[in-house]
Design a protein. Structure first.
Length: 254
């Protein structure tokens, strides 16, 4: 089998890191952790499990995921978040890949969970994500929020990654708060200006997309939950962007 390096970015992931590493071990001969200052036992656990740990203050989503790539000994990279796991069919699929074309990256279906509940509604499944790529031709975009692998070609494996996205609904809302703050800073760094109307417009667009275009209105409570939380996230990240400018004394009435 072509050697693969697994890369995981972490911050206080002691509860997740053991299972994440265990899911990569059957297909990776090297695992690198990029830790951004964990205060729990993440680093110690990772090292006990045989992973190499690199310490790096958080650079943003894309740059952090790309940070370890030049330090990997293999060209093929398999990137997971700490709350993700390769399922058995993904391990089988990866073992069956020839990996003889560096221009091809491979995507997987991601199953997103809230607690023990698999959320399938409103575009949450199949959530196709590229995770296996060759660093000679592909890599994470340098976006500080919601980065993705840029690659010449993608082949879909139809195998699965399990994503323990939220512990429960309370955690879901807490994550929206955290991520919307991060998104606001990323947008400000890109030079996006403040706008009074933008939060409501983007929230309405997000709700329409999930309820109507993704069919959430016909998918019961899960469909409504996905639509409302997506709209809330959209509203808050643009509202927080406005707040950042207000704190600097800038206003915009558009």
């Amino acid at each position: 089998m072509t050697p693969i390096t697994g890369i995981i970015i972490t911050l206080d992931e002691a509860e997740n890191i053991t299972d994440c590493i265990a899911s990569l071990t059957p297909v990776c001969d090297e695992i690198i952790i990029v830790d951004s200052g964990s205060r729990d036992d993440t680093v110690a656990i990772a090292e006990r499990k045989g992973a190499a740990v690199i310490h790096q203050p958080y650079l943003g989503d894309g740059p952090q995921k790309a940070f370890a790539v030049p330090r990997a000994r293999n060209d093929w990279i398999l990137a997971l978040d700490a709350d993700e796991r390769l399922e058995d069919d993904a391990i089988t699929a990866i073992h069956g890949l020839s990996l003889d074309d560096a221009s091809v990256a491979y995507s997987f279906n991601r199953r997103n969970f809230c607690g023990k509940h698999w959320i399938k509604a409103a575009g949450f499944y199949p959530d196709k994500v590229v995770r296996l790529y060759n660093r000679k031709t592909s890599g994470y975009l340098p976006k500080k929020a919601h980065s993705a692998v840029q690659t010449p070609k993608v082949k879909h494996t139809d195998a699965h990654i399990r994503h323990f996205t939220y512990e429960n609904l309370t955690h879901w809302i807490q994550r929206i708060n955290q991520l919307s703050t991060r998104d606001a800073w990323a947008m400000k760094d890109r030079g996006l200006s403040p706008s009074v109307s933008r939060p409501a417009l983007h929230a309405a667009s997000a709700a329409f997309r999930k309820l109507i275009m993704k069919g959430g209105i016909f998918q019961g409570a899960d469909g409504l939950t996905v639509a409302m939380t997506t709209a809330f996230h959209a509203y808050m990240k643009y509202a927080k962007l406005n707040e950042l400018y207000e704190e600097e004394g800038h206003t915009d009435k558009s």
